[in-house]
Design a protein around this ligand. Structure first.
Ligand code: HEM
Length: 460
């Protein structure tokens, strides 16, 4: 039985609105792992693997994202519509069956060459940056990079010319999703400027994506297609044999973009930031990159040998995970941690708060990729580390993102160091929107590095 603490009504609600991650950290510090937070909206806050595991796994089918009723998801649903992250239970089940085979580790390997080609082009861009030595904003840079690689893989290379339009549609949708759901003013039917702007961005995206889908349908089907749209055209629900119509594919493409673009950008930003303040970790990673890749062009076959680089990314996503919250609703009365939770109750989990819980992660402020050595992982609960969630709604793009992050960190990290320009930021002072970024802007420079001959030589 886990003790349930109850907060005074409206306890620190101002902080919840301003910085929800800090609010959750303080909730944990002041009240523990299992808290009923009372305010405008009551919810249970869960922060231990024992409580979170059963909620995410939902073996009894009594808990769900309940996307059709949950206020937290309503704004997301107006954008994602019938896509995987926002559709109701029945539709979601058949969509998940249809789409999951496109995102397995082996299916995702087919994107490795596109990812490597993108990383190589960005290394050329960084060569110019390293020569001119001008500081730049890391968030803007990583946003552009993530949009570039995601659109090339998901939509096909042609979209590169459309990035400015995509970026502006995306910004409008993001402003809406992150907006406060005021009564009346915030309703989707209300003709506020924000709503009108968002609807126009949605129309723009739909027109564009539907045009691309039609184009691909008209072309002969290519089983080795390198982009996700073409792969989706032949996806079938294994139980019913039915495929997807154009509108459904369009909703999924937008879902993938929204779910995958800023999360990747934020993970890359935090990785280069952490490397810049941990010289020993950085040196060890460089030695591995030099040893495995030498000075040759990178190929997909080498990726599985980048063990330490992968552990660096794992540790970054522990301390500063890109996706910061998961929410669920009890579909009926349930028991959790020995307490009765009544039907309709909302449950909130903050991934960074769990990943920095000292009862689960000793000395959580220490950046140590070796926490992810297999023998260390084996000693922890599988519910202690959840950057991609767990259970039926776990991130469908997890293999895609891991491969994408590994390629980008290797392609840029083997040639460059990122150095802060200006004062350090506080990594615990974050802005949790759709993804978790530092609150203050991070200005950096890149410096070219030489591969160590010892490292390069040991590869042969
Ligand atoms: C670093 C990158 C990423 C992170 C940290 C991340 C994190 C997550 C997390 C934590 C969830 C679970 C949410 C929950 O349980 O409520 C999730 C779900 C999801 N993610 Fe990701 N994600 C990333 C990239 C991607 C990419 C690249 C795609 C698609 C191409 C994607 C598509 C989705 C979808 C569709 C869902 C909903 C799955 C469902 O409900 O069936 N994500 N993601």
């Amino acid at each position: 039985m886990t003790l349930l603490a109850v907060t005074p009504r409206f306890h620190k609600q101002f902080l919840l609105a301003r910085n929800a991650v800090r609010y959750c950290n303080e909730l944990h510090r002041d009240f523990g792992d299992f808290v009923l937070a009372r305010g405008l909206l009551d919810f249970y806050f869960l922060n231990s693997p024992d409580l979170i595991g059963p909620v995410l796994l939902n073996k009894e089918g009594t808990i769900d994202r309940d996307a059709e009723k949950n206020k937290i998801y309503e704004r997301l649903r107006n954008i994602g519509r019938t896509g995987l992250a926002t559709s109701g239970a029945q539709h979601w089940r058949s969509q998940r069956r249809r789409i999951a085979p496109l995102f397995t580790a082996s299916a995702i390997r087919g994107f490795a060459e596109t990812m490597i080609a993108t990383g190589t082009e960005w290394a050329e861009r960084w060569a110019v940056r390293s020569q001119d030595g001008e500081p730049f904003d890391m968030k803007t840079e990583m946003n552009e990079l993530a949009l570039d690689v995601n659109t090339r893989c998901l939509f096909g290379a042609k979209l590169r010319d459309e990035q400015a339009r995509l970026q502006s549609w995306f910004s409008a949708m993001k402003a809406y999703i992150e907006g406060f759901p005021y009564p009346v003013l915030g309703e989707w039917w209300f003709p506020s400027l924000l709503n009108l702007h968002t609807r126009s961005a949605l129309r723009g995206f739909d027109r564009y994506a539907l045009g691309l889908i039609k184009e691909r349908r008209a072309a002969p089907l290519d089983p080795d297609a390198k982009d996700m749209i073409t792969r989706m055209l032949s996806a079938r629900d294994p139980e019913t044999g039915r495929g997807m119509d154009d509108e459904q594919i369009c909703h999924e493409m937008l879902t993938f973009l929204i779910a995958g673009f800023e999360t990747t950008s934020s993970a890359l930003l935090w990785t280069f930031y952490q490397l810049s303040r941990a010289p020993e970790v950085e040196a060890r990673m460089h030695a591995e990159l030099d040893s495995v890749l030498g000075d040759r062009a990178m190929t997909p076959d080498e990726l599985p040998r980048l063990d330490y680089t992968s552990r660096v990314i794992d540790e970054v996503m522990r301390q500063t995970p890109s996706a910061w919250f998961m929410a669920r609703t009890a579909l009926q009365d349930i028991e959790l941690g020995g307490q009765r939770i009544s039907q309709g109750s909302n449950m909130l989990m903050s991934i960074p708060t769990l990943h920095n819980n000292p009862d689960v992660w000793p000395d959580p402020g220490r950046f140590d990729p070796d926490r992810f050595l297999p023998e260390q992982v084996a000693q922890r609960s599988p519910n202690a580390y959840l950057p991609f969630g767990r259970g039926p709604h776990a991130c469908i793009g997890a293999h895609f993102s891991r491969q994408e992050l590994l390629v980008m960190v290797a392609a840029l990290g083997r040639r460059f160091r990122v150095r802060r320009s200006g004062p350090d930021i506080d990594p615990s002072d974050v802005r949790p929107g759709m993804s978790m970024y530092p609150r203050r802007s991070l200005r950096v420079r890149v410096e070219r590095r030489q591969a160590t001959t010892a490292g390069a030589a040991s590869r042969v």
